[in-house]
Design a protein around this ligand. Structure first.
Ligand SMILES: Nc1ncnc2c1ncn2[C@@H]1O[C@H](COP(=O)(O)OP(=O)(O)OP(=O)(O)O)[C@@H](O)[C@H]1O
Ligand SMILES: [Mg+2]
Length: 276
């Protein structure tokens, strides 16, 4: 895999999360979900956000997507406040695939193009490009109920990429898949990220799995338990293509360091061992 451009020249900041707080009202009381979260993501970067369950990861991603808003602080894309969902800025991939059951693969991928008003005659070439990219050629007429979880997620990714957004946002995209399917899809997502033919090359992914984050990301942002605060922003200096923690001591050390950091900030509880 080629070294990304930002390692050679200074890439521009695409996303800036600036002192973001998020409070929810629960049982008539205000409860804080995120506490002064700040970080930025550069063009061509792959950033993973990890943290304990309930620390506000999905809430943070929804704010980046413009689906929710901070109680205080700002989320900026190229210096402009994110004021709502914008398909040209970002697309989201969900853990649960979120496909329309009454539409086949081709029609599901078409959905985003319809929503941004891509002229009907331009849609087939774009849809077919992403069908090919995600190895879905033999399934374009199939309906979601006919597909395995891995294939459904391929459709979800193709649908998100077809709109050609600047950023791809993924909320635990592999967690509903079996280990082998997840492993293959992780590699495919990394291929897409590094492919110069795909205009979407800034990726932000949430995961529970530290090994997964270290396998995929340029940087890992670690959140504390609720209310989520950034406790570390770590540059993953492990050469690509990466193998796994069992075969690479450098990889293992990075995972171990992050696990210990989370454990320390969670009051000393030992986190569950997680292997992608
Ligand atoms: N709409 C809402 N109303 C009230 N509370 C909410 C709302 N959305 C999220 N919360 C609360 O905010 C906190 C953070 O939720 P969020 O789903 O962002 O966590 P998470 O880190 O994604 O968790 P998980 O790892 O389990 O997916 C939780 O305590 C949750 O109950
Ligand atoms: Mg979540």
């Amino acid at each position: 895999m080629k070294k990304k451009q930002h390692t050679q020249k200074k890439a521009r900041v695409e996303l800036e999360v600036r002192r973001v707080f998020k409070d929810f009202v629960e049982s008539k009381k205000r409860a804080r979900a995120l506490d002064s979260v700040s970080f930025s993501v550069h063009e061509h970067e792959f950033v993973c956000i990890v943290g304990p369950s309930g620390c506000g990861k999905s809430t943070l991603l929804r704010m980046i997507a413009g689906l929710e808003f901070p109680s205080k602080g700002d989320v900026l894309f190229r210096g402009k406040r994110v004021g709502g969902p914008d398909p040209k800025t970002s697309a989201m991939i969900f853990q649960t695939f979120a496909l329309l059951p009454w539409r086949n693969v081709y029609e599901n991928i078409s959905l985003g193009l319809e929503s941004i008003g891509t002229p009907i005659e331009r849609r087939p070439s774009i849809i077919n490009k992403y069908i090919k990219l995600m190895d879905l050629e033999d399934f374009s007429d199939a309906y979601p109920f006919e597909l395995s979880g891995g294939m459904k997620q391929r459709v979800g990714i193709a649908r998100a990429l077809a709109v050609e957004p600047r950023m791809l946002l993924m909320d635990e995209p592999f967690s509903a898949l079996d280990a082998l399917t997840a492993e293959n899809l992780r590699r495919d997502v990394l291929e897409i990220w590094s492919d110069p033919r795909t205009p979407t090359n800034t990726f932000v992914m949430i995961t529970h799995l530290i090994d997964e984050a270290v396998f995929m990301a340029d940087r890992v942002i670690v959140l504390s338990r609720r209310p989520g605060k950034v406790i570390a922003d770590i540059h993953v200096d492990v050469e690509r293509p990466r193998v796994d923690h069992a075969r690479d001591p450098e990889f293992f050390e990075m995972c171990d360091m992050i696990k210990r950091m989370i454990s320390y900030h969670s009051g000393g509880t030992i986190p569950e061992p997680d292997t992608p």
